[in-house]
Design a protein around this ligand. Sequence first.
Ligand code: ADP
Length: 176
Amino acid sequence: MRVRALNPCYLILNPDTMNQKALYPGTFDPVTYGHLDVIERASGIYDQVLIGVAHSKGKKPLFSVKERVLLLQKITAHLKNVEVGDFRGLVVDYAKKKKARVILRGLRMFSDFEFEFQMALTNRKLAQTIETIFMMTNENYAYLSSKLIKETVAMGADVKSFVPPIVAKKLKEKLK
Ligand code: ADP
């Protein structure tokens, strides 16, 4: 194994090191600068990044899945190796279907940790070939959440430093 890892031919020819695709799943209701920061950094690391928008009916999203996908497509248009899709059901099934070996999640505070830890271990039980990788939030966005942004817009706040302009506009239209 060690010899293989040190052999440059192995690194070049091994299909495992080629075309690494990461799936970044979430509700994205709506996408924030915190999400965008994770996506931009991931696009510099992985060959391809697939953003998987979960239907998340149970969470009663403010934006339809179509609207969430469209917003993500618009704000990631400058990233050529990023695509956006939507899915129902298990994240690991979607990852397998799309041939992504990595599930990418963002971590903000300790409060994220317990849930993310549980989910990553459950996903590993369900699909051992898929690895969950966590990306630490950018400290500027550590406090940002879609839920908080919706609440502040509903109370009349200007959220242009939290979300891209097009998202701020759509939020205002929905919550005015
Ligand atoms: P979910 O409903 O799956 O938690 P979210 O849209 O809330 O979907 O979040 C998707 C992913 O993005 C999660 O891993 C979440 O921890 C991460 N995330 C959300 N906001 C931020 C942020 N400000 N910085 C870094 N990661 C974030």
